[in-house]
Design a protein around this ligand. Structure first.
Ligand code: CP3
Length: 340
């Protein structure tokens, strides 16, 4: 009998007795207890207050009985800790006071170091979370350099990451300086979470699907490889993006142990592309969370059946929980997964 959690077994490629399930963005706006805890506190302040971050991380585990906690934080938190002027605007996302538009902006940005002691609030929050989790594993995470750069160069959220993609071609040297800096920042963030006891990490490259495979391999993969290598194989690494049907192999080449798949690619197809050797995570279509249960259940059956093509499968969404989701649906999915 293994005492390793179902999640970690699956991440190591061993199919556990019960199907592990957690949800990207499970800690957050779909929960009334989250809204109550967060009331009156700005998002980034909540992330940097260890008690609050730990409590919010634990809420979905208590409520839904998911097989993993995901640390409550944000991809821009390590930049904030490095002293970069960034805010998270409700309903919009990360906004930077000084977008990276020229050499001076870039030089100013990369002068913002992130020493390990600046990560103390993160380590404290992770340690408090783990103390409250019992046997449930905690997943740490960071933003991939390309996705972070897409926000930084634009100054905020954008539909098509146009300015970032222009920069990578127009000034590859500046791009590399930016990507290497972000790899160090995200790498340090991951390392701090692992140091404090996270059992796995996930690198979010949410906007990688905006790149061709050639551009991804040349301009995004090297820095993502550096970020993942920061944890030195100490824990399993999941690599996730959306719109990545043509990038799955390249994303694994960044050093990932597990690939997170969005709803656009059936898991059996993803597994075939990956040669049937890589554990997969995903890929419930978030749109179906609002569909009648029998429709959602049929979809769950399809996802789980397709996931059998992979060596192991962790059930999750294809992207984050939409804020308007009825939390009861998430609990019902967990119960269903554990029965199946
Ligand atoms: O998954 C979890 O529950 C853990 C916490 C987590 C958050 N952000 C909390 C959060 C994680 C893993 C993230 C990752 C993140 N942040 C990504 C990658 C994953 C993805 O969803 O694509 C990205 C691109 C961001 C940047 C970001 N931060 C966006 C786009 C937003 C949403 C803005 C909005 O209000 O629509 C945020 C804010 C944010 N991050 C919230 C939460 C709970 C909402 C804050 C609030 O309550 O207002």
């Amino acid at each position: 009998m293994s005492t390793e959690s179902a999640l970690l077994q699956a991440y190591r490629g061993v199919r556990p007795e019960r199907l592990p399930v957690w949800f990207m963005r499970q800690a957050g706006r779909s929960l009334p207890e989250y809204k109550a805890t967060r009331a009156g506190t700005a998002m980034l302040d909540a992330c940097l207050t260890p008690d609050l971050a730990a409590e919010i991380t634990l809420q979905p585990v208590r409520r839904h009985g998911v097989d993993a906690a995901i640390f409550f934080s944000d991809i821009v938190v390590p930049l904030k800790l490095a002293g970069v002027d960034v805010d998270i605007v409700p309903g919009r996302g990360p906004v930077f006071a000084r977008p990276i538009r020229d050499a001076d902006d870039l030089a100013d940005l990369v002068a913002h170091d992130l020493p390990d002691d600046a990560l103390a609030p993160i380590e404290e929050a992770v340690a408090r979370t783990i103390a409250g989790l019992g046997d449930t594993p905690l997943i740490g995470f960071a933003g991939a350099p390309f996705t972070l750069a897409a926000y930084l160069v634009e100054g905020g959220p954008s539909k098509d990451q146009l300015r970032a993609r222009t920069l990578m071609h127009a000034d590859p040297e500046a791009w590399r300086t930016l990507a290497d800096y972000l790899a160090r920042i995200s790498g340090a963030f991951l390392r701090a979470q692992v140091r404090a006891g996270a059992s796995a990490v996930q690198l979010f490259d949410s906007w990688a699907g905006g790149l061709s495979e050639a551009d991804y391999r040349e301009h995004a993969l090297p820095a993502s490889t550096t970020a993942i290598a920061a944890v030195d194989g100490a824990v399993p690494a999941v690599h996730f993006g959306t719109g990545t049907a043509l990038l799955l192999g390249a994303m694994r080449d960044a050093g990932a142990d597990v690939i997170g798949v969005d709803h656009r690619v059936p898991l059996d197809r993803a597994s075939e592309v990956l040669g049937g050797t890589t554990p997969l995570q995903g890929n419930i279509d978030p749109a179906l969370l609002a569909a009648p249960w029998p429709v959602l259940e049929r979809h769950l059956e399809e996802v789980v059946a397709a996931g059998r093509a992979a060596p192991a499968h962790v059930l999750n969404l294809g992207h984050g929980v939409p804020p308007e989701t009825d939390p009861g649906v998430l609990t019902r999915i967990v119960e269903w997964a554990h029965r199946s």
